[in-house]
Design a protein. Structure first.
Length: 95
């Protein structure tokens, strides 16, 4: 039951790459759509952490130190969740 609730919370926090704001650190949750096979072939896959650098008709993402341009149509097929880069534990910031 708790695992189901946690799964639902993660699903609720997911959005498409197209809808994510530029400057966000993201984790890919799911690739779904006919055009996603090519992304998987180049290493753009589930659980990968990326940065969305710019927005617009074509989005620029940083993936493993490489910049990759994606169309809005393709970005609509990539489900992501935002990663909060700095966590605070006992008053000390941990990156």
């Amino acid at each position: 039951m708790i695992a189901d609730i946690a799964s639902d919370l993660k699903a609720d926090s997911a959005m498409t790459l197209s809808k994510a704001s530029a400057g966000c650190q993201l984790r890919i949750r799911q690739l779904e759509g006919g055009e996603c096979q090519r992304l998987r072939e180049i290493g753009f896959c589930e659980e990968l952490e990326i940065s969305k650098l710019s927005d617009g008709r074509n989005m620029i993402c940083s993936v493993c130190g490489t910049r990759l341009a994606l169309s809005k149509k393709l970005g609509d097929q990539v489900l992501v969740e935002e990663i909060h880069g700095v966590e605070e534990i006992h008053g000390v910031e941990m990156a």
